[in-house]
Each structure stands twice: as C-alpha cells, then as structure tokens.
Design a protein around this ligand. Structure first.
Ligand code: ADP
Ligand code: C5P
Length: 243
C-alpha cells in the first residue's frame, strides 16, 4: 500500500519558504479624489486582517524658514516635495516585517511634527497619496496598484471645502494654488501615472462594486499566503494516490 503513495516531505522545504510578507497596495489619484475614503472602505471590509495605512503626505519635506517666506511659490504637488528616499527605506523595512517610525506631517505649519508615528508589521500595507505611482522603485514594492479617478470639478469643490475648513486656508489662496501648481502637476505627473495602475476606480468611494472586487482579490491573495504557511508546518504531503 505504501508503494502506492507518493510521499513528499514538506518540512525539509520549510526553511527555504519565503517569510510571509505583507500584501502591499498603492492608492494614487488627484487631490480630493477620495483616496483616503477608498482606503478606509477597504480596511473596514478586511475585518480580521491586520492592515496599516500610510499616507505619502507623511513624507513631505519640512519647509525651511526661507521657503516658508515664499510659500506662494512652493509646489507641493511636485515629486521633489516628498522625501522619497525615506519612504522607500521605510517601505522596505515594513515589507520585511520590521516596525518603523514614520514622520507625522502638519498641513498648517508645513513641517513634520515632533512626534512620529509607530507602524507595526501587518498582513496588508496600504500606501496612499497623489504620487505613489510616480516613482518606479516605489511601484516595484507594490502587489496591487490602484488609481482613484474622480471628475476634476468634483475634486476642486471638495478641495476648497476641505482646505478652508480643515487646513485653515483662504479661498483665494486655495484657488491660486490650484491654478498655479495643483492642476498643472496633476496633468504632468499624476494623470500619467494612471497607466501603471492595475485597477482604476471611477467615482472613488461611490463605487461600491469596485471596492468589493478589490477586497475579494486581497482576501484570495491572503488565503494563498495562509496556505503556504500551513504547508510549511506539515511534515508529509500526500501528493498522489493510486489504487
Ligand atoms: P483624498 O484622500 O484623495 O484627498 P478624501 O477621501 O480625503 O480624498 O476625500 C476628500 C474630501 O471629499 C473629504 O472631505 C471627504 O469626506 C469627501 N469625499 C470623499 N469621497 C466622497 C464621496 N464619495 N462623496 C462625498 N464626499 C466625499
Ligand atoms: O489629501 P490630498 O491627496 O489632497 O493631499 C495632497 C495635497 O495636499 C496636494 O495637492 C498639495 O497641494 C496639498 N498640500 C498643501 N499644503 C501642504 C502639503 C500639501 O496644500 N503643506
């Protein structure tokens, strides 16, 4: 009977099994397109999984006093406004199961806060921000790339509302910044990064079907991870059975 079973030791392979890495998702899109809203909807539907959300905004360079004096000429929508080297090194660490301390950014002072935020390793790691699909090195660390595609008039009206209410800005300044930097940079850097997305979500958080499909895909991928983990702990796998 034993000859009829082809036995394969799995435990010997367990040492070569890759350690479990988080499923990394990038969520890009124009300002106020609903990126944060989409991420929160995904997180709330992932219930039992450990998920961390990191915002690219945390990696804005702090403005020097000189730059603060010429704030109206500063482009916060240009890739150079971000410390991408720090973002990359923190992403690498998270991907390899290490905790990291990431900066906390203040939109009123345009500087990093004194305190940082501790991010623990997780099953799913979501990086959200206007330019997360711009740099190829950042894209390469992602397992799934999403672009939130929302009408620009809708985005501008949300931006005016948010910046005047939550970020303490004058409406004239919001419109001036939008015309001089936000819109041109969207066209030059953000919109072209849409071509790298695996999934484009029209209407952002209003698109319940797209968010459900994304969550199903993540759960399928996490299930495959769990299966690898179970296999690595099994001593013997019966791979064929003939009578
Ligand atoms: P982003 O992260 O892309 O800047 P947010 O998700 O923070 O966008 O949304 C920007 C603003 O628009 C927030 O005030 C949010 O409450 C609002 N908002 C986002 N999605 C919707 C929606 N589907 N319907 C109505 N308001 C929305
Ligand atoms: O949340 P959202 O994706 O809109 O955040 C990015 C936007 O924040 C950019 O379009 C940028 O113009 C704006 N910003 C700002 N002031 C800062 C940093 C970013 O207005 N100090």
């Amino acid at each position: 009977f034993a000859d009829d079973l082809s036995l394969q030791s799995a435990s010997s392979e367990s040492t070569t099994m890759p350690t479990k890495q988080p499923f990394v998702i990038g969520v890009a899109g124009g300002t106020a397109s609903g990126k944060t809203t989409v991420c929160n909807m995904i997180i709330s539907r992932l219930r039992d999984q450990r998920v961390v959300l990191v915002n690219q905004d945390s990696f804005y360079h702090s403005l020097t006093d000189e730059k603060l004096q010429n704030l109206h000429d500063y482009n916060f929508d240009h890739p150079d406004a971000f410390d991408t080297e720090l973002l990359l090194s923190d992403m690498e660490k998270l991907k390899h199961g290490q905790a990291v301390s990431i900066p906390d950014y203040d939109f009123k002072s345009h500087k990093r806060k004194q305190q940082s935020r501790l991010i623990n390793p997780s099953d799913v790691f979501i990086l959200e921000g206007i330019l997360v699909l711009h740099d190829p090195r950042v894209r390469d660390l992602m397992n799934m790339k999403i672009f939130v595609d929302t009408d620009s008039d809708v985005r501008l009206s949300r931006r005016i509302q948010r910046d005047t209410v939550e970020r303490g800005r004058d409406i004239e300044d919001v419109l001036d910044q939008y015309a001089r930097f936000v819109k041109p940079s969207f066209e030059e850097f953000i919109l072209p990064s849409k071509k790298y997305a695996d999934i484009i979500i029209p209407r952002g958080g209003d698109n319940d079907v797209a968010i459900d499909l994304i969550v199903q895909h993540i759960l399928t991928k996490l299930g495959q991870h769990d299966l690898c983990k179970i296999y690595s702990n099994v001593d013997v796998i019966v791979s064929t059975f003939q009578i």
